[in-house]
Design a binder for this molecule. Structure first.
Ligand SMILES: [Zn+2]
Length: 458
């Protein structure tokens, strides 16, 4: 800028910058491209509460909690939340079997179980081949999508599990035409049917007598929790200095933990190769916001995931799967007032359209299908076709999705243009949504809510 005083040159440069930014903002306001929205409309973040079944000793406790979470009826814990919050289940409980044998006067093995003595409910009576008298309730909840996580095959001492038990369990699901796609490791080193590279997790080791992933993965398992917990609020969300510091802390902390290695990139899901060479999606669970690991029990719920943490999650535009044990209270009411307050805040944010609250399975399926979606557009004179070709990833392979694989998928579209979503050469049912916080319109495939079974007879 020869011959122009420095002050004038700076002013001209500033004017050019302002003009350029005006052009950019103008083009943002009238965006004529099609793009994939991160979350189902209208939500800004997504949360699943992933509760392990430990210490849930009676079906009444289990149902009291689920009715409060899942229905809008008057329940023993107050007016129900009507949220799609899932739960988990066991097929077996060896500790319960030992207690039953003891009270029948039979001799019992001297075996070790870590943690608190646990008489938690299971589909089969103890480790027998007889269904428990409440098994139909759990099977109904699996069918309806609420009992969505298999918390390993059960609660076992070191030599308690064998492959025949896995075969019997998977046979039951097959006979009932049921499937489950989330496997959450349970307990300490004695629970050998766990899956992963820890030496005690033998479920995926073909050399062991308790190998089961050759049958449990074909049955439906595709998501695994190996044990990875985080303090970061919002996975795959906006950048945050605090989360970066927590990741560094967790990285250093895990250096001392040599059994398994975990990624520290604050992604919700990673591909994980098992001992037998099969691949699953591994996910991380959020534990609490502090710099130390703490026990994820019901009475700590509000300290782990109170109103502040929920609001931070929404601000982060991230995903989160929350690690807890909702059935650990030994007294009624089974959820404490502080837990109920925290849950009601979540419900408010769901109702306001800020936070999608759903089950672990639904959230994970949405996440991986959204991430691995292959689509393109075709411009017609009067409309835009959004053509979904496939979903392809290392776990599920390459397939043409059906509607259930695409629930909640939403595309931003240019203003005042007709649009349709096409799969397999045909338009699929979709809705035109209003504008969201970006000011853009969109077309989306409906997110389906679960329907709670009718247990009126109980
Ligand atoms: Zn557990």
């Amino acid at each position: 800028m020869l011959g122009v005083p420095a002050k004038t040159a700076r002013r001209i440069a500033l004017l050019i910058l302002m003009a350029a930014s005006a052009v950019v903002s103008l083009s943002c306001g009238k965006d004529d491209t099609v793009s994939l929205r991160k979350f189902p409309y209208p939500y800004k973040a997504a949360l699943a509460i992933c509760s392990d079944i430990d210490e849930t000793e009676t079906i009444e406790k289990y149902l009291d909690i689920q009715r409060f979470l899942n229905t809008s009826s008057e329940t023993t814990l107050g007016p129900g939340l009507g949220l799609d919050i899932g739960s988990s289940f066991w097929f077996y409980n060896q500790y319960r079997q030992i207690q039953m044998d003891q009270s029948a006067g039979d001799s019992v093995p001297d075996v070790f179980f870590s943690g608190i003595p646990d008489l938690g409910i299971s589909l089969f009576d103890g480790t027998s081949g007889t269904l428990s008298d409440y098994a139909s309730v759990i099977l109904n909840l699996i069918n309806a999508g609420y009992a969505d996580c298999l918390h390993s095959f059960g609660h076992f001492s070191e030599a308690g599990f064998n492959r025949d038990l896995a075969l019997q369990a998977i046979d039951l699901l097959g006979r009932e035409s049921l499937t489950v796609d989330v496997f959450v490791n349970h307990g300490g080193q004695e629970n050998r049917n766990n899956v992963g590279e820890a030496p005690s997790a033998l479920g995926d080791n073909p050399e062991s007598g308790i190998y089961h992933t050759d049958i449990s993965i074909p049955m439906g398992i595709k998501f695994l929790w190996r044990g990875h917990v985080t303090h970061c609020i919002g996975q795959d969300g906006n950048f945050s200095i605090l989360n970066l510091a927590k990741r560094a802390y967790e990285y250093v902390q895990d250096l001392r933990y040599a059994e398994q290695s975990y990624p520290h990139d604050n992604r919700l899901v990673h591909i994980c190769e098992l001992d037998d060479g099969q691949k699953v999606f591994e996910f991380v669970r959020y534990n609490n916001p502090w710099g130390k690991y703490s026990i994820a029990r019901e009475k700590f719920f509000t300290h782990q995931l109170g109103a502040n943490q929920v609001d931070n999650l929404i601000e982060s535009n991230g995903y989160m799967i929350f690690y807890t044990h909702l059935g650990t209270s030994q007294e009624t009411p089974y959820l404490s007032p502080s837990t109920i307050d925290a849950l009601r805040h979540m419900k408010k944010k769901f109702d306001q359209g800020d936070l999608l609250v759903t089950t672990t399975s639904k959230l994970l399926n949405y996440y991986v299908h959204h991430k691995h979606l292959f689509w393109r557009t075709e411009n017609r004179s009067d409309s835009i076709l959004i053509i979904i070709d496939s979903i392809a990833n290392d776990v599920e392979g390459n397939f043409v999705p059906d509607l259930s694989d695409l629930e909640g998928i939403a595309f931003y579209i240019p203003e005042n243009r007709l649009a349709a979503i096409m799969v397999n050469g045909k338009p699929v049912p979709s809705v035109l949504n209003g504008k969201d916080e970006t000011g853009r319109e969109m077309i989306s495939i409906l997110w389906q809510r679960l329907v709670f079974p009718d247990f009126a007879h109980r």
